[in-house]
Design a protein around this ligand. Structure first.
Ligand code: ASP
Length: 586
């Protein structure tokens, strides 16, 4: 917890949670909210007073007319609690403040829910009354942890010579491809600003401007559906540097992120592991592998190369072993098969590994009796599965096999994202394009300024989907924490990329003209990255949802029940902006 070193203000001498046996005999004054009040006959009242540091018990002679969440200033003398009444669960549990006088600073309506971590309040209600919810120790701890992480990231970047620059919120479209929030212009009717989905172009312009090493704790806005790990607004540690390559960026970001992890958890995680995208897909079936557990995908293509079993004859066959999964029920296996189909697979072959006589093993499952002895032996050797295990096999195109098994692996072996240990991974060498669109043009996997891998540049036109990019992601416990790339700073390479993407010179000029124009004035080689701070904090706070680490989040439907946003605006405001409401399109 970050608390001021000296608690004294003109209104108090101590914070509630910090009164200790050393203070016995001292006259103190504390301020806070009433957590609980108990009357002890007519002569004594007990008030538990709470602030962000915790609770202290105050003993008031006579009765006292206060209720839950009233704001009080209480003055009295610290005394040891009578023998046998100490509360070991409370940091202040050995003492109490006696002979108290109470000043009511504010009265309060009955709270909409108890300000207590042990009480589970409805989330909508919590967001509606966030100002009450924030008083809970859990929310206090989360927001303070967020501040600690932000400070560590800032210090990490500053130490490495980065300079913080604020970039505009009223901006023009950015090439990341997410739906953007638009802000109508009052002075130029019919035109709009766009709230930046990231400071991507601004930070590249800063490089052209000679800033050399830039960072910003930047708010980004995307008008996309909300989920546990996504809000309309989120915060990134945004980074860009000149005269650097991929290795430099990985080093800068690793340093700052590991610093933050160390500040948050007390231990510095080991060096960040590195996997190529191809390796991550092959071994874990995803580009955001959770490295906290094994269950890696095992290649069985060679084992089933000449198989007669149609369900297993495919360009790619892989399996995962569920240790001790042999007991899985038939209905659960049917469910998994359905899931595999929903994920795009044709089906799922499952085999229970049985103990057979003389130390050998056999397989059980719908396809088991069609396998040859060599198939069985090959499968067991390749997977290392033992009696009592379950082997799940998918045969299909490579990407489908990986995706299906990757999901099943997490479903069957995964743990909550925020549970330690913390396993970071760099994923490098992403493909430059993620497929081909309906018009036959490749689709950029990142944004169109991502530098291709130098070794693959000669295949850009002939075999674009085989070209790797100099882009990289940071992953933690199966969550993508951020991404970045080396940018294209040379006009010739950029023109080739636009040509491959089917973006003509006019379109390029209208969409990115100001960046391309700036590049004609001398662009240094540059590269950057952005780390999602909400996700990073959520994981270290032990939270599954980023809403728990955001002071004022939106609900799943994108509204804020506290402020009522979004709200209609007055007709006058609409007119000022040159706007008129029209029926929504069908
Ligand atoms: N602008 C990118 C993003 O927001 C990050 C980067 O490439 O620096 O994901």
């Amino acid at each position: 917890m970050t608390t001021a070193p000296d608690p004294t203000t003109s209104m108090r001498t101590h914070r509630c949670g910090e009164v200790r046996p050393e203070d016995v005999g001292r006259r103190v004054r504390v301020c806070g909210w009433v957590s609980r009040r108990r009357e002890h006959g007519e002569h004594l009242a007990f008030v538990d007073l709470r602030d962000h540091t915790g609770l202290v018990q105050c003993v008031v002679p006579g009765t006292v007319d206060v209720r839950s969440e009233y704001v009080l200033a209480v003055e009295g003398v610290v005394r040891a609690r009578p023998a046998g009444t100490a509360n070991p669960d409370l940091a202040t549990g050995e003492v109490e403040i006696q002979e108290c006088t109470v000043e009511v600073l504010s009265v309060a309506e009955p709270p909409p829910f108890a300000v207590d971590d042990r009480v589970d309040a409805d989330e909508h209600l919590r967001i509606r009354y966030r100002f009450v919810d924030l008083r809970r120790p859990r929310m206090q701890a989360n927001l303070r942890l967020r501040a600690v992480i932000n400070a560590a990231l800032r210090a990490g970047m500053e130490r490495q010579g980065f300079c913080e620059v604020e970039t505009p919120l009223l901006w023009a479209p950015t090439p990341e491809g997410a739906r953007e929030f638009v802000v109508p212009s009052r002075l130029q009717h019919g035109t709009c600003y766009v709230l930046p989905q990231s400071p991507q172009l601004a930070k590249q312009l800063l490089m052209v401007g000679g800033m050399d090493r830039y960072y910003q704790i930047a708010r980004c806005l995307r008008d996309e559906d909300l989920r546990a790990d996504r809000q309309f607004e989120f915060t990134q540690l945004d980074v860009e540097a000149s005269f650097v390559g991929q290795e430099d960026v990985l080093r800068f970001v690793s340093e700052a992120v590991l610093d933050a992890a160390e500040r948050a958890t007390g231990t510095r995680p080991s060096e960040i592991e590195r996997l190529t995208w191809a390796e991550a897909m092959d071994r874990f079936g995803t580009d955001k592998p959770d490295l906290r557990f094994g269950m890696e995908l095992v290649d069985l293509t060679a084992v089933f190369a000449g198989t007669e079993v149609r369900a297993l004859a495919a360009p790619c066959v892989k399996g995962i072993v569920v240790e001790g999964g042999g007991e899985t029920t038939r209905s659960r296996l049917d469910q998994l098969t359905d899931q595999a189909r929903q994920l795009g697979g044709k089906g799922l072959a499952w085999f229970r590994v049985l103990p057979t006589g003389e130390g050998g093993t056999g397989l059980d499952g719908p396809l088991a009796r069609f396998l040859t002895e060599d198939d069985v032996a090959g499968l067991l050797v390749a997977t290392g599965a033992a009696a009592g295990d379950l082997v799940l096999v998918v045969a299909d195109e490579h990407l489908t096999v990986c995706t299906v098994l990757g999901r099943l692996r997490v479903l069957l072996g995964g743990r909550p994202v925020s549970e330690g240990p913390y396993r970071f991974a760099w994923i490098v060498d992403f493909p430059l394009f993620e497929g081909i669109d309906g018009d036959g043009n490749p689709v950029a996997a990142h944004h169109p300024f991502t530098m291709p891998h130098p070794d693959d540049l000669d295949r850009l036109e002939s075999d674009p989907t085989s070209v790797r990019s100099q882009s990289y992601d940071l992953v933690l416990n199966g969550w993508e924490l951020g991404s970045g790339s080396v940018r294209i700073h040379r006009a010739d390479v950029q023109s080739r990329i636009f040509a491959v993407l089917g973006i003509g010179p006019e379109e390029a000029e209208s969409r990115f003209g100001f960046l391309l124009g700036a590049f004609r004035h001398g662009a240094p080689p540059h590269a950057g990255f952005a780390v999602g701070i909400d996700r990073l904090v959520a994981i270290f706070a032990g939270e599954e949802s980023i809403r728990e680490v955001i002071a004022f989040p939106k609900t799943q439907s994108g509204s804020d029940p506290m402020t009522g946003a979004p709200k209609p605006v007055a007709p006058r405001v609409m007119a000022d902006l040159g706007l008129r409401e029209v029926p929504a399109p069908e």
